[in-house]
Each structure stands twice: as structure tokens, then as C-alpha cells.
Design a protein around this ligand. Structure first.
Ligand SMILES: Nc1ncnc2c1ncn2[C@@H]1O[C@H](COP(=O)(O)OP(=O)(O)OP(=O)(O)O)[C@@H](O)[C@H]1O
Ligand SMILES: [Mg+2]
Length: 229
């Protein structure tokens, strides 16, 4: 459903060219979870931002259900982000003047008392923090609000940049389970960037980046599914 063909991103810094992403080729399928691994600076966030329509590639083609994303106008790209993509940011990007439940609702275009916002906040373990503002929450709690916000949108494409960076290992596994469920139950294409190599077992597809290039890409047919009895 989503395909990258020879996608590159080159930044010009002074008289130097930084090749952040170099001729990347891969496919993402709805209902599947892709895990992206790679050292710091290898291009993970660059790839995710291009996928999410927050940045444009320098070269290459991106197809989303037959639509050429790289050629969209600014307006078209905004629509793409708004209608297709849910994004879990590394640094949360919550709106400070809104409570947890309001932050979730606004992104999913739900009314503030919609049960879905509360439901997703409960799923990430924040049923007791619904009416707290971001500055009344811990880093890990804010991270979980941002996860609930992206899940509540029930997007076709769910992108998560290091979504468990601020979480303990037990809570991280719960989030991993929710991301697997989003893929399985909502037919979402889920992409998760992580530094944690133990998460590899939970993905359907693994992409390893090195110096902006795809070093390895493979299907994991023995995926471990969390939450199954
Ligand atoms: N706006 C920019 N201008 C210039 N260079 C950039 C820009 N954004 C990223 N880069 C460079 O592109 C490369 C890839 O960066 P990217 O943020 O994608 O890495 P990453 O794999 O997400 O790293 P991390 O694990 O530290 O988050 C790095 O060398 C980085 O310095
Ligand atoms: Mg990054």
C-alpha cells in the first residue's frame, strides 16, 4: 500500500551535503508492524518524517495506495497528514493549555466527552490523569498521552518515533502490544523507530538503517504477538 522507490534526502549545510537518506526502497502493508532500527544519525527520523508527509524527499517516489505523495502540493500534503497519518513524536508535542483528554480528542476530531479518548487513555494506563494538563504530568505520562492521541485517530498509517524512550520496560511492552493491536485490529500500517533491539521480535518487518542506507530489510515470519494467552 505504501512504497518508497529510491527515496533520498540530502541536506545542504554550508558547502557540505549531508545524505540523511540514500536511495531507500521498501514497502509497508496495512495490518503489519514494521520496526526500524539503526544507530543515532542513521536516518530513522528522516525516513519517518518523509513517510508522514512532514518533510519532502530530495529524490525518489512515494506511493500511497497509488497516490504519488512526493508530488503533492503543500495543501495536498497537509490533507495527507491530516487524513491518513497518526504520528507519535519523540518529544510528545502536546498542547500545554489542554488537558490529557482534550489533547487526545482534538487530534481525532472527537468531542471532549467522546468515550474513545477516555478509552485510549485508559489503555495506556492514564485513566487517573484524564483532566491533568501536560505540566502536571511526568515525561512518561506525556509520552503516553501522545500515544493515546495517535491511536484514537485510528489512522491508516501510524508512525512512532522512539515511542517508549521515556517508559519503563513493563509499560513499554504494553505500548508495543497496543501498536500490534492497531495493526491487527484496525488494519493500520504501523512503523516504529526504536533503539531497543529486543523489540525486533514483535515486528512483521524489520528495517536496519546504517549511514542513511537500508542495510537490511526482512520479514519476521515468527513474530511474537503480545497479549495472547
Ligand atoms: N535539518 C537537517 N539539516 C541538516 N542535517 C540534518 C537535518 N536533519 C537531520 N540531519 C542529518 O541527517 C542525518 C540523519 O538524521 P536523523 O535525525 O534522521 O537520524 P536518526 O537515525 O533519527 O538519529 P537519532 O537516533 O539520534 O534520533 C544525521 O547525520 C543528521 O545530522
Ligand atoms: Mg531520530
Amino acid at each position: 500500500m505504501i512504497e518508497f522507490k529510491n527515496v533520498s534526502k540530502i541536506y545542504q549545510v554550508g558547502d557540505q551535503e549531508v545524505v540523511a537518506l540514500n536511495q531507500a526502497n521498501f514497502k509497508l502493508e496495512k495490518g503489519k508492524l514494521t520496526i526500524i532500527l539503526g544507530p543515532s544519525g542513521s536516518g530513522k527520523s528522516t525516513l519517518l518524517n518523509i513517510l508522514g508527509g512532514m518533510d519532502r524527499p530530495t529524490n525518489g517516489e512515494i506511493n500511497f495506495d497509488g497516490q504519488a505523495v512526493a508530488n503533492l502540493s503543500d495543501r495536498g500534503l497537509t490533507d495527507y497528514r491530516r487524513t491518513k497519518v497518526g504520528f507519535i513524536f519523540q518529544f510528545y508535542n502536546l498542547i500545554p493549555s489542554l488537558t490529557a483528554v482534550e489533547n487526545v480528542a482534538i487530534a481525532a476530531k472527537l468531542t471532549n466527552n467522546d468515550a474513545r479518548s477516555v478509552e485510549y487513555l485508559k489503555q495506556v494506563g492514564l485513566g487517573h490523569r484524564l483532566n491533568n494538563f501536560p505540566n502536571q504530568m511526568s515525561g512518561g505520562e506525556m509520552q503516553r498521552v501522545s500515544i493515546a492521541r495517535a491511536l484514537a485517530k485510528q489512522p491508516e498509517l501510524l508512525l512512532a518515533d522512539e515511542p517508549t524512550g521515556a517508559l519503563d520496560s513493563k509499560t513499554s511492552l504494553k505500548i508495543m502490544e497496543l501498536l500490534q493491536q492497531a495493526a491487527n485490529d484496525q488494519d493500520t500500517a504501523v512503523v516504529m523507530v526504536t533503539h531497543n533491539p529486543t523489540f525486533e521480535q514483535y515486528g512483521d518487518q524489520i528495517i536496519r538503517l546504517k549511514d542513511g542506507q537500508i542495510d537490511q530489510i526482512y520479514a519476521n515470519d515468527d513474530r511474537v504477538t503480545l497479549g495472547e494467552a
